[in-house]
Design a binder for this molecule. Structure first.
Ligand code: FES
Length: 164
């Protein structure tokens, strides 16, 4: 093989390589880089897994509250910048007044990041948090487990009553 022929082959190969590379990059751009988020609706366990009072599910950053056969959930994600709030329980129930409502609470939620504080029903009373902690709907799956749907919020008076 002459030097001229070798360089001609090399040139063709370089052009072909560049074209294939461009075609691959173009085709790859059609397939998006998907970030798969965890599902918004998920099972959190059987009702009997939850004891009376409040339970923190760190995996889901969620509080589940049980009063007999009544259940509800409050998000543990601070409405300021998304830190996980801490549960602060009281040795004795405390009376609080939020607007015109008066209620007794056994716990509050305190955010460790910038000092926001929330009453036991989720209303902020200190710090920069702009909104109450959200409530999510609860339901029962066919297998008997509680299901939370974090894709939508419900009002703070939402309660799931288990029919036994
Ligand atoms: S993230 Fe909770 S106060 Fe800022």
């Amino acid at each position: 093989m002459t030097r001229r022929k070798f360089l001609a082959y090399l040139g063709r190969f370089a052009v072909l390589f560049a074209l294939v590379g461009q075609a691959f990059a173009m085709l790859r751009s059609i397939v998006p880089n998907v970030v798969y988020e965890p599902p918004k609706k998920f099972k959190i366990g059987f009702p009997d897994d939850f004891s009376e009072g409040i339970t923190f599910l760190s995996k889901y950053r969620l509080f589940v509250i049980r009063e007999g056969n009544t259940f509800w959930t409050i998000s543990a994600v601070c409405t300021h910048l998304g830190c996980t709030v801490n549960l602060v329980t009281f040795p004795k129930p405390k009376k609080v007044k939020v607007g015109k409502r008066e209620f007794t609470e056994q716990w509050e939620f305190h955010c460790p990041c910038h000092g926001s504080k929330f009453y036991g029903e989720g209303t902020p009373f200190a710090g920069p948090a702009p909104r109450p902690l959200p409530y999510y709907p609860l339901d029962l799956a066919p297998d008997g487990q509680l299901v939370v749907d974090t894709s939508r919020e419900v009002k703070s008076d939402f309660r799931f009553v288990l029919n036994v």
